[in-house]
Design a protein around this ligand. Structure first.
Ligand code: ATP
Ligand code: MG
Ligand code: MG
Ligand code: MG
Length: 470
């Protein structure tokens, strides 16, 4: 099954079961929330419905949502299952079916739509939590037993894994997750779902929104019980296509191949480091393409900074693999070819995307060369002090990410605590110097000017140094 077929299988299954299909919302949330800069789950754009602030178009909904998870940036390439940008399939019930219904749909689609062997599916259930005053989620356990899942494959998990909440207060509830057992080639007899292992691949999360939390740890039942689920399309592609990692699925093969050809190594060659670099390049260039298509522009704060970080990490990996010439635009082309039919905004915004990535690649290429040679000298000295890391970051625009990563590979320690302290000092100094509002205004002005000048992108690094924020 291709990724496109997976998307269609999911959405048509739920449409057939009376769910209204919704188009993906933008990666940029409709209302600004500094704690959630980008859409991280299918439920995110539907929040006003769950909170009762807006009337949903139907009490059952289904979507395929573009998601971006900033915290996963560092993980990409080191696991078989994490991306920054990915598609999340979801079905939602607003005061309609609850645990039993959600479990039945997930089970039926896993078996009939996606062909799973029931013996390979394990589920996790919330084990309860003293602070919340809750015991194990018996209702969920019963729902799974009713379906025929043996008790031995229902695993209890703590609050950290199986209790969902969006902030410290607000709607929340236990969840139950579905895992595919990939077998002993991927781990040991002692592994369990919910642990951090590759044997059990989490593919679907069912959230049972049944409480309001306010104040912290005090729960009252919600008037209407809701279901919010998320199934990772790319993880399902890994399973359906019988490959070992998300990077070998149909959406990624052309990107990984482009990387190999740019690196001048044969298809499926390369060392471990190369493989990881190729994965980072594939993931980050995809993320960057989708972010720009949704209107994000590189800057030094908020989501613009996430985009910039992504582009710079990709550029750095390309340099390390010895890519020559401008390569980000080539990645943009491949992303657009593979994903443009499902996401026409990529085709529509193509010129804008190319303009931004070209500008960043040119601007950062120079910074990178200077920074890399300075870092080389520091590494030869056997350690990188907080001051040195800060100077590289602040004066030379060489990101701390890269310092940490390259030093890590060479086994050289970096004083990150020292670096953080200097960043904090700088932050305090600059907020003492000017009103915070004023600084935000000035930075926005710079961002605006930069976006106007995107084609003639000179003086960029200079401007940026003066506006660097943590
Ligand atoms: P993991 O424990 O593997 O990091 P998660 O518990 O953080 O996943 P959820 O927040 O439950 O993930 O998201 C719902 C589903 O979205 C997951 O079950 C998975 O299929 C998919 N998903 C989550 N994070 C990623 C990611 N970084 N890349 C690809 N798919 C993801
Ligand atoms: Mg995660
Ligand atoms: Mg998880
Ligand atoms: Mg999960």
């Amino acid at each position: 099954m291709t990724s496109d077929e997976i998307r269609e299988t999911f959405l048509s299954f739920f449409a057939k079961n009376d769910h209204k299909r919704l188009a993906s919302a933008s990666l940029v949330p409709a209302s600004y929330d500094p704690s959630v800069l980008l859409t991280t789950a299918g439920m995110h754009p539907l929040k006003p419905y769950f909170q009762g602030l807006e009337t949903p178009p139907h009490h059952r909904l289904a979507s395929c949502q573009k998601c971006f998870r900033t915290p996963d940036i560092d993980v990409v390439g080191t696991t078989t299952r994490h991306l920054t940008f990915f598609e999340m399939l979801g079905n939602f019930s607003l005061g309609d079916y609850f645990k039993q219904g959600a479990a039945e749909f997930a089970w039926q689609l896993s078996l009939e739509g996606f062909g799973f062997d029931p013996a390979d599916i394990w589920v996790t259930v919330f084990e309860g939590d003293d602070e919340l005053g809750l015991g194990p989620d018996e209702e969920a356990i019963e729902a799974w037993e009713q379906i025929g899942v043996p008790r031995s494959r229902i695993v209890l998990c703590p609050r950290s894994e199986n209790f969902w909440q969006a902030g410290t207060t607000g709607p929340c509830g236990p969840c139950s997750e579905l895992y595919l057992d990939r077998g002993l080639d991927w781990g040991t007899e002692d592994d369990l779902p919910g642990g951090d292992n590759e044997r059990f691949l989490e593919y679907w999360n069912l959230v049972f929104m049944q409480y309001n939390q306010d104040p912290v740890n005090t729960l009252t039942p919600l008037p209407a019980q809701n279901i919010d689920t998320g199934l990772g399309l790319n993880r399902m592609a890994l399973i359906q296509q019988g490959v070992d990692s998300i990077f070998e699925t149909d959406q990624f093969v052309p990107l990984m191949d482009l990387g190999r050809s740019l690196a001048g190594v044969g298809v499926r060659g390369g060392t471990d480091v190369d493989e990881r670099a190729l994965r980072i390049l594939s993931d980050h260039t995809r993320g960057m393409t989708f972010l720009i298509a949704d209107g994000v522009v590189p800057s030094n704060e908020d989501r613009g900074y996430v985009l910039r970080r992504l582009m710079r990490r990709a550029i750095a990996q390309g340099h390390r693999l010895g890519f020559e010439g401008a390569f980000l635009p080539q990645y943009v082309d491949v992303v657009t070819e593979t994903m443009g039919a499902a996401y026409p905004e990529l085709v529509r915004e193509r010129e804008t995307i190319l303009r931004w990535v070209t500008a960043e690649e040119q601007g950062f290429g120079r910074t990178l060369e200077t920074g890399l040679s300075m870092l080389d000298d520091l590494l030869a000295g056997g350690e990188v002090s907080g001051e040195d890391a800060f100077r590289l970051h602040d004066t030379y625009g060489f990101p701390i990410d890269l310092t940490r990563e390259i030093a890590g590979e060479r086994g050289v320690p970096v004083d990150l605590a020292g670096f953080d302290a200097l960043m904090e000092d700088q932050r305090l100094r600059s907020s003492a110097g000017a009103g915070a509002q004023e600084r935000v205004g000035a930075r926005q002005e710079v961002v605006r000017r930069l976006s106007e000048q995107a084609t003639a992108f000179t003086g960029y690094e200079h401007l940026e140094e003066r506006t660097t924020v943590a």
